[in-house]
Design a protein around this ligand. Structure first.
Ligand SMILES: *Cc1c(COP(=O)(O)O)cnc(C)c1O
Length: 367
């Protein structure tokens, strides 16, 4: 049996270090907003080469609170249009609508699954005030082109980096391209806690200060409240765990790359399309997603061979009951992708023999 992602074995490799980190927190007597959080924020900001990292409770909060901070700072107004890829995970949209901003769904580029510069340019109106590029599946969006557009039209850029820890282009990492970036440390993400956690990275001092208040009831100083904030905190114990896991991230990314290379070299089936392979050095392969018009048969046959696959995502956000106001949209590329995508096992604790086995099973599939 080859699982899609064996988190138990990923974390078992780090068991001693993780237990030491937990013991350190338990013995410290300090469980919220202490040294572990401060140290993780510093280490993750250094990893992304930004001035600030602000830990929050989860990735959705990281995105939601950043937009909220821009509203508080007067850089956005309710009703402003925010451009977002139509094929993203629904959390990206939830962050927009939670803030009474208007999501403008843009079709992705079929090869990279990410926002294309041309489609974004076509969607810009006088009411557009921000773009949220998503580094979907671990591949950096077309950031240089998108930043050019943003500066031309004075748009804020918020990276949804929940799937892109460590992805880079010309040495510049995800989290360090936009005005700010939201990260998730959900257990299954490339950098995953043992529970919920998230963070924002930015080099904007004013934004960072606003976010530090917003996550803490709107308060900078005890019992003084500048904003109607929320409680969105990254616990000491998760921060301590993330500090351990950050030290192993690049090594795990290398193993993801070896697995991806194995799939790319070996999978050869006329009914299966491999993901575009260009800037392979930068891709962090959160997911390895193939396309097939016979996706259901392919998935069933792989299941019968003991190979677990998943679909990211089966239903596009504009087709969800949650968004009846988007139901009229015609987004044929997005809809086709949702019908054809299949995510193969991708796990840093997986062996190359297992990757060979997956590739063989695909090549032998009768579609
Ligand atoms: C996981 C994810 C989120 C949300 O992160 P949580 O920590 O689960 O709230 C947002 N955007 C994308 C693209 C994600 O993959």
């Amino acid at each position: 049996m080859i699982p899609f992602l064996n988190l138990k074995s990923v974390n078992a490799e780090l068991r001693t270090e993780l237990l030491d980190a937990c013991a350190r927190v338990i013995d410290s007597g300090w469980y919220i907003g202490g040294n572990e959080l401060a140290a993780f924020e510093q280490e993750f900001a250094a990893y992304c080469s930004t001035t600030h990292c602000i830990g929050v409770a989860n990735g959705l909060d990281a995105l939601t609170l950043t937009l909220r901070a821009w509203l508080e700072l007067g850089r956005l107004q309710e009703g402003d249009e925010v451009i977002v890829p139509a094929n993203t995970y629904i959390a990206t949209l939830l962050a927009i609508t939670e803030n009474h901003l208007k999501p403008v769904l843009v079709e992705p580029d079929e090869g990279s699954f990410n926002l294309s510069h041309a489609a974004v340019a076509a969607a810009i109106t006088p009411r557009t005030k921000a773009i949220i590029p998503v580094h979907l599946y671990g591949r950096l969006a077309q950031m240089p082109e998108l930043l050019d557009l943003a500066s031309e039209h004075q748009l804020l850029v918020l990276e949804d980096a929940a799937q892109g820890h460590g992805a880079s282009l010309s040495g510049r990492k995800a989290g360090n391209w936009g005005d700010a970036a939201g990260f998730s440390f959900y257990p299954g993400k490339n950098l995953g806690a043992l529970g919920d956690a998230g963070a924002i990275t930015t080099s904007d001092d004013e934004l960072a200060e606003t976010l530090r208040a917003l996550r803490n009831y709107g308060s900078h100083e005890k019992y003084r409240n500048l904003f109607q904030g929320v409680n969105s905190r990254l616990d000491e114990i998760q921060a301590a765990i993330l500090r351990v896991k950050l030290q192993h991230l690049d090594r795990q990314t290398e193993q993801r790359r070896r697995i991806a290379r194995c799939y790319l070299d070996l999978i050869e089936h006329p009914a299966v399309t491999l993901p575009a392979w260009g800037e392979e050095q930068q891709h962090v392969w959160h997911l390895f997603v193939v396309l097939s018009k016979q996706r259901e048969q392919l998935q069933q046959q792989l299941t019968r061979s003991g190979i677990q696959t998943l679909i990211h995502y089966p239903i596009a956000p504009h087709r969800q009951n949650a968004y009846p106001e988007l139901g009229h949209l015609q987004l044929p590329i997005t809809e086709r992708l949702h019908d054809e995508v299949l995510s193969l096992p991708m796990d840093p604790s997986m062996t190359l023999e297992q990757a060979h086995e997956v590739a063989q099973a695909i090549n032998n599939a009768t579609l």
